[in-house]
Design a protein around this ligand. Structure first.
Ligand code: SAM
Ligand code: CA
Length: 238
């Protein structure tokens, strides 16, 4: 291939290269539009030892718009933690909407729950303390649930992302969305294995496999957004 053509194809069109630029987005567009209860939950979650697990607020903003665009009413959340993405969803879906929220651990959720309650949206949340695979199997056991969900957000153990995907392809309707978080795994998916720190190696391997499979899955149209730690948006086509 001609050198000029190669340079054009490799030209880096991605802008986000600095912390300052990220802060600019948060300060200009995200924080001024973040609903008060979400801001409160984000601030309380900062005191949790695993504070880094909370969904990035700019990624949350994208999720909010996706939920609105598809008129999501019935949703699934896998991986709740203190409930940032859960509260965001609860504030966005209609009054009679429902979220099946699954987490193996209830402790962190207890931290966010008073804010969810104060925001007046707890009636939309059905929290299930369970392994997510089990909870999805239980949902699938009721045939009425097949293709009945509008939206799912997956933000739990990466080792099961492909298993969740298979089950969610049955539970989420055609035209619905499944969003997977952390699919760029701190950028390690693009690093040679020996340059990756021990604690990221396993996740990197799992996400490389997940990203390849989902990019070649004809059931979905995807957008691999470089927002937060990477978010893959899958729109179910058939
Ligand atoms: N979406 C959350 C938010 O916005 O704050 C963050 C979720 S956090 C990154 C991951 C959560 O997944 C943890 O609370 C953890 O307990 C839960 N989790 C991990 N493995 C799980 C599993 N196998 N089944 C259900 N939940 C799981
Ligand atoms: Ca996450």
């Amino acid at each position: 291939m001609e050198e000029k053509m190669k340079a054009a194809l490799n030209y880096n069109k991605a802008l986000l290269q600095s912390k300052e630029l990220y802060q600019y987005i948060l300060d200009t567009s995200v924080y001024p539009n973040e609903p008060e209860p979400l801001k409160e939950l984000r601030e309380i979650s900062a005191s949790h030892p695993s504070y880094w697990m909370g969904t990035a607020p700019d990624a949350g903003q994208l999720m909010g718009i996706l939920l609105k665009l598809i008129n999501a009413k019935k949703t699934i959340e896998i991986g709740v933690f203190t409930g940032y993405s859960l509260l965001l969803t609860a504030l966005t879906i209609p009054e009679d909407g429902k979220i099946i929220a699954v987490d193996v651990n209830r402790e962190a959720y207890e931290m966010g729950f008073p804010i969810i309650k104060k925001a007046g949206v707890e009636h939309k949340v059905d929290f299930i303390k369970s392994e997510a695979l089990q909870a999805l199997d239980d949902l699938m056991a009721n045939l009425d649930n097949e293709g009945s969900f509008d939206f799912a957000f997956v933000d739990a153990d990466k080792v099961n992302y492909l298993n969740y995907h298979e089950k969610l392809m049955k539970l989420v309707r055609v035209g619905g969305l499944v969003v997977y978080d952390n699919t760029l795994w701190r950028g390690t998916v693009a690093m040679p294995e020996d340059a990756v720190g021990e604690k990221y190696k396993e996740g990197r391997k799992l996400l490389l496999e997940f990203n390849n499979l989902v990019a070649n899955d004809a059931r979905v149209q995807i957008c691999h957004a470089s927002i937060g730690d990477g978010m893959t948006i899958c729109w179910r086509l058939h």
